[in-house]
Design a protein around this ligand. Structure first.
Ligand code: UD1
Length: 369
C-alpha cells in the first residue's frame, strides 16, 4: 500500500477537540504522512495553543496566522494560504472539521484544485441560515468526497439533500472519543478546588454566538436572567463576548452581581471537569450541548434552533432562546427537579461508542489502497 498524505485543517478551539483523537491515531500510523495546517483563526493562547499542548498533538507544520476579520476577509485570506499549502505539499486528501470558517476555507480551497475532501462532523443542520455556521455546513458537505456523519439524523439530512450514499459514512462522534480518551485527565482536574466550588452547587454558562453576543439586547437578557436565577453561575467568557460586554457597557453591571463568576476561557480538561460537576449548563455552543448530554447534565440552549436535535428529542436539552423570563422559568424548573442526572443517565446515546476516529482512519486508509 502506498503512503497516504493527509492535510488536516484546523483553526478554532472546537475543531482542535474534534480532531485530537483522530490526529493521535493517524500520527502513530506509519502509512500516513500528516501535514497539519492551522489557519490561526483563533490565536489567543487560551483559545488555541493550550489545546495543542493539552492533547499532546503534533505541532502544526503550517500556521497561517490569519486571525480575526469579517467573514470575507477571514475566509478569503485562509483560502489563499490553504491553496498555497496544498500546491506546495500536494496532499492526497484534505481533512476538515465542523462548521467554522476554517472548515469552509479548507473545503473551498481544496475543491478548486481537485484534491479530495473528507469532512468530519458532516450532515448537521439547524435549519437556521442566518447563522454563518449553517451556511458553512451545507457548503462544506456539498464540496466533500468523504462525509463522516456522527448520527443517524445527520446521515438522513445528507440523503435528503441528494448526496450520494456511497460518500456518506455513519461513524459516530469524535467528541465522544475525546471524552473517553482523556477521561482520567478530566477526573484529575483541580479546577473546582482552584475556583473554590462545591460539586453540584453551581450552574455553568457560556455564550459566544454572534447572533447573541453581537446584539446588546440579547446579551443583556441572558445576563439579567442569570442574575434573577440567583444560583452561583460560573461564566467562562469567550473573547468575542468579553469585547462586546465592554463595548455595550454591560461588563461593570454584571461584574457587581454576586451570583455570576466570570472567568477566562478554560482548557478542555478543566472545562469538562467544571461541566460534569455542575447542576445545569446554559449555552449557545453546539459542542457543549452534546457534551452536556454525554456528561448527563441538564442543558438549556440559548437559541431557537439546534443542530443537535437528538438531545432535545430525548428530553436532555431544551431550546429557550434569549428571553429573560423563559430562561428563568426553565432554569428554575430544572433546579427544582429531584436528581435530573438520574433521569438523564437512562438515555441511550445517539453519538456512538467512542470509536469514530478509528472508523474514519480505516476508511481513509482503505481509499488509499
Ligand atoms: C468561531 C466560529 C464558531 C465557533 C467558535 C468557537 C465561525 C463563523 N465561527 O466563532 O462556529 O463556535 O469559533 O469559539 O467560524 N477573538 C479573540 N481571540 C481569539 C479569537 C477570537 O480575541 O483567539 C475575538 C476577536 O475579537 C474576534 C472575535 O473574537 O473578532 C470573533 O472571532 P472569530 O474567529 O471570527 O469567531 P468566533 O466568535 O470565535
Amino acid at each position: 500500500m502506498k503512503s497516504l498524505k493527509i492535510m488536516p485543517v484546523v483553526g478554532v478551539r472546537p475543531q482542535i477537540i474534534k480532531a485530537a483523537p483522530l490526529l493521535k491515531l493517524l500520527s502513530r500510523n506509519k502509512k500516513v504522512q500528516l501535514e497539519l495546517l492551522n489557519t490561526g483563526q483563533h490565536y489567543d493562547l487560551e483559545m488555541s495553543r493550550v489545546f495543542f499542548t493539552d492533547f499532546s498533538l503534533p505541532r502544526p507544520l503550517i500556521n497561517l496566522k490569519i486571525g480575526s476579520g469579517t467573514h470575507a476577509e477571514q475566509t478569503g485570506a485562509m483560502m489563499v494560504g490553504i491553496e498555497k499549502a496544498i500546491t506546495h505539499h500536494r496532499p492526497d486528501v484534505v481533512l476538515v472539521f465542523g462548521d467554522a470558517n476554517t472548515a469552509l476555507a479548507g473545503a473551498l480551497a481544496a475543491v478548486k484544485v481537485h484534491v479530495p475532501i473528507a469532512h468530519v462532523e458532516s450532515g448537521l443542520r439547524s435549519g437556521d441560515r442566518d447563522m454563518p455556521e449553517e451556511v458553512n455546513r451545507i457548503l462544506v458537505d456539498h464540496c466533500s468526497d468523504l462525509l463522516f456523519a456522527p448520527t443517524n439524523l445527520a446521515v438522513r439530512n445528507l440523503f435528503n439533500e441528494g448526496i450520494s450514499p456511497r460518500s456518506v459514512f455513519h461513524v459516530g462522534d469524535t467528541m465522544v472519543d475525546a471524552m473517553l480518551l482523556w477521561k482520567r485527565a478530566i477526573e484529575s482536574s483541580t479546577i473546582l478546588h482552584k475556583l473554590a466550588l462545591k460539586r453540584e452547587d453551581y450552574v455553568v454558562l457560556t455564550t459566544h454566538r454572534a447572533e447573541n453576543v453581537d446584539n446588546p439586547r440579547r446579551l443583556n437578557q441572558i445576563l439579567s436572567a442569570i442574575a434573577k436565577i440567583r444560583t452561583l453561575t460560573v461564566f467562562p467568557v469567550h473573547p468575542r463576548t468579553r469585547r462586546n460586554l465592554h463595548k455595550f457597557g454591560l461588563w461593570s453591571k454584571f461584574k457587581r452581581s454576586d451570583c455570576i463568576l466570570p472567568i477566562a476561557p478554560l482548557d478542555y480538561l478543566d472545562m469538562l471537569s467544571l461541566m460534569s460537576s455542575s447542576k445545569l449548563i446554559m449555552t449557545d455552543s453546539g459542542g457543549m450541548q452534546k457534551e452536556a448530554f454525554l456528561l448527563r447534565v441538564p442543558c438549556l440552549t440559548l437559541r431557537d434552533q439546534t443542530e443537535w436535535l437528538e438531545t432535545v428529542k430525548l428530553g436532555a436539552n431544551r431550546l429557550v432562546g434569549t428571553s429573560r423570563s423563559r430562561i428563568v422559568k426553565e432554569a428554575k424548573r430544572i433546579l427544582a427537579e429531584k436528581d435530573p442526572k438520574k433521569r438523564l443517565s437512562r438515555l441511550k446515546s445517539p453519538f456512538g461508542d467512542g470509536h469514530a476516529s478509528e472508523r474514519i482512519a480505516s476508511i481513509l486508509l482503505q481509499k488509499a489502497k
